[in-house]
Design a protein around this ligand. Structure first.
Ligand code: FES
Ligand code: FES
Length: 171
């Protein structure tokens, strides 16, 4: 082969050992450096709430929190998460209660097919961590990296404002 295309021989691929705290639990895996965090979560760890809706980093269905910041996990290598904390949708609820953001999405009908919902809720959770009393415009801006084909967004915005009220103890 010519130019920048080089044949890759399987024996030249070395796996790396990576330790990530996922939803509070330390997980150690051996993976190729090219593996995306989204694929590790879904196929490697069975956390299939993280979805993949595009291959160009725009839909946000793969959003997870890495050290509490929303990250599109289709655009991060799993090895880059080594030593970091990852939260997926499966880690949002406590043993007995939904997270207020999850409750808000149910109360305000902020989901239909549910495919965008895990990423959408995690972006919302990160927003409310840094801004407990956002305006509608701030919610829309914070979720602008998350696409939804079903809801038209209006009820998602209401869901996040509902959660904000609940978290501030005003609802
Ligand atoms: S899968 Fe679309 S942004 Fe990650
Ligand atoms: S609820 Fe279907 S894509 Fe958002």
């Amino acid at each position: 082969m010519t130019g920048y295309l080089r044949e890759i021989r399987p024996e030249t691929i070395t796996e790396r050992r990576v330790t990530i705290t996922v939803n509070g639990e330390q997980r150690t895996v051996e993976i190729e450096p090219r593996v995306l965090l989204a694929h590790l979560l879904r196929a490697g760890l069975g956390l299939t709430g993280t979805h993949i809706g595009c291959d160009t980093t725009n839909c946000g269905a793969c959003t997870v929190l890495v050290d509490k910041k929303p990250i599109k996990s289709c655009t991060m290598l799993a090895v880059q998460a080594d030593g970091h904390e990852v939260t997926t949708v499966e880690g949002m609820a406590s043993a007995s209660e939904l997270h207020p953001v999850q409750e808000g999405f149910r109360q305000e009908h902020g989901l239909q097919c549910g495919f965008c919902t895990p990423g959408m809720m995690l972006s919302a959770m990160a927003l409310l961590e840094r801004n407990p009393d956002p305006t509608e415009e701030e919610v829309r801006w914070a979720l602008s990296g998350n696409l939804c084909r079903c809801t038209g967004y209006q009820n998602i915005v209401k869901a996040v404002l509902w959660a904000a009220d609940k978290m501030r103890g005003t609802s």
